[in-house]
Design a protein around this ligand. Structure first.
Ligand code: GUN
Ligand code: ZN
Length: 442
């Protein structure tokens, strides 16, 4: 019988709040659950046997025995043009940008190339179970247009924007305050809040923008409701020393952005590793968020994020891959590396907290929890089916786990994209691991 409602049966996990592993508050887990989706949105979630007793026909379900359904992962900081320079050897931030990143970004002046790269990047996200991301493009407006075009074709909810950068980078990558204003306005009017797309003003970081350009960003931020802002903050000690030279009148790094009106609840600052108490307090006061990028911070030797300090101060902390400074598209890998970064500081990341961060926590940090992050009725049905035993070693380890937390901890510690069996976007299957993954052309 044809029905507008689709049903998916599996182990199902989602979060209704920041979890308390001691009491179970905030965690909803069904050992045998059913997720109902209608017209791309969550209709209901329940226990299979309870629903069957109430007359629901379990035969109508697509059944994934022993697999785990959870909301699609959200990545709060990633660079699509850096896909091909992931895993480039030997440098810290400033040399890494000059030697690898900037040359790679130059190719995105070609709209055809950018369109192909955007499609392949989005496929990589889906293969990794990530259904929403906050994405840097390049300085070229056509690369941003190509990105949104690809995201809209796949009906993915994405936050993105054109990089603004008018100094301290190669000439071929520079815009001007005037051209960036024009380009941003055109892109905002074309893409912001069109379908699932959202626009983020994207001054790369204070060293590559003049004060005049940051003022343009501040003016636009104040002018268009619902815009986001993304940039980098206090990632690397040499970068911070450079800020002191470039902006001698600023109290600190964050104050540079503050002076131009760039702080607020839709502002997401990448890294924020080396912050003063004043900066932490000001982030909290303005509701500005930090994107924690553990694989990048370790790979580029940037430092260890003191997450407990930020959370104690009330700063929203989201979880991000930061590819290509980051070394994996997988939020499973990212949770595992976050755990290790915190271990080195005597802190801890409970697995339930880690999976919360990658789903509802990031949705909240990106002000998207009204439409994403869990299976509350009416939310957009972006979800993944996870195979918890994708390798012989994983199956061995999982066979001796007892609790959900133990299973999740083994999954995050040993897992990667190979654990993502299927990825659904607005209820539609957009990736299956059994299908050919295709090849990358760039
Ligand atoms: N700071 C300025 N640009 C970048 C970038 O592309 N990656 C990282 N990790 N840090 C940055
Ligand atoms: Zn970054």
């Amino acid at each position: 019988r044809v029905s507008a409602i689709e049903a998916f049966r599996a182990n199902i996990l989602h979060f209704t709040d920041n979890p308390d592993p001691m009491t179970g508050a905030g965690i909803e887990y069904f050992e045998d659950g059913v997720l109902l989706v209608e017209q791309g949105r969550v209709k209901a979630l329940g226990d299979a046997q309870t629903m069957a007793a109430a007359g629901f026909d379990l035969q109508s379900c697509q059944h994934f025995p022993d697999q785990l359904i959870m909301p699609g992962f959200i990545d709060s900081h990633i660079h699509y043009p850096q896909t091909s320079v992931i895993a480039s050897y030997g440098e810290q931030l400033l040399d890494w940008l000059n030697n690898y990143t900037f040359p790679s970004e130059a190719r995105f002046s070609d709209a055809e190339f950018a369109a192909q790269a955007a499609r392949e990047f989005l496929q990589l996200l889906l293969q990794n179970g990530t259904t929403t991301a906050m994405v840097y493009t390049t300085v070229f407006a056509q690369s941003t247009d190509a990105f949104f075009t690809a995201a809209a074709q796949m009906n993915l909810r994405m936050i993105s924007g054109k990089v603004m950068m008018d100094r301290n980078a190669p000439d071929y990558l520079l815009d001007t305050p005037e051209s960036s204003e024009q380009d941003c306005r055109a892109l905002i009017e074309r893409w912001h809040q069109q379908g699932r797309q959202l626009y983020a003003l994207t001054p790369r970081f204070a060293p590559t923008s003049t004060p005049e350009q940051l003022a343009v960003a501040g003016k636009l931020y104040a002018q268009y409701p619902g815009l986001y802002l993304q940039t980098h903050l206090s990632e690397n000690l040499q970068e911070i020393a450079w800020i002191k030279q470039l902006y001698p009148n600023a109290r600190d790094y964050l104050d540079v952005y503050d002076q131009y009106g760039l702080l607020g609840p839709r502002s997401v600052f990448g890294h924020g590793i080396h912050l003063s108490d004043e900066e932490v307090a000001r982030l909290a006061q303005t509701g500005s968020g930090i994107a924690f990028c553990p694989t990048s911070n370790l790979f580029l030797g940037s430092g260890l994020l003191d997450m407990a300090r930020l959370e104690a101060a009330g700063v929203p902390v989201s979880l991000a891959t930061d590819v290509g400074g980051g070394t994996s598209f997988s939020q499973l890998r990212t949770i595992a590396e976050a755990y290790k970064v915190l271990q080195l500081q005597g802190q801890n990341l409970h697995p339930l907290k880690g999976f919360y961060m990658a789903t509802l926590g990031n949705a909240r940090a990106l002000q998207l929890d009204h439409c994403l992050g869990n299976f509350a009725p009416g939310k957009e049905a972006d979800f993944i089916v996870i195979n918890q035993g994708a390798t012989p070693l994983q199956r061995l380890r999982q066979s001796s786990t007892l609790t959900v937390a133990e299973k999740l901890f083994a999954l995050m510690t040993l897992g990667d994209e190979h654990n993502i069996a299927h990825t659904y976007v607005m209820g539609k299957k957009m990736f299956s691991r059994t299908a050919a993954e295709g090849s990358l052309s760039w």
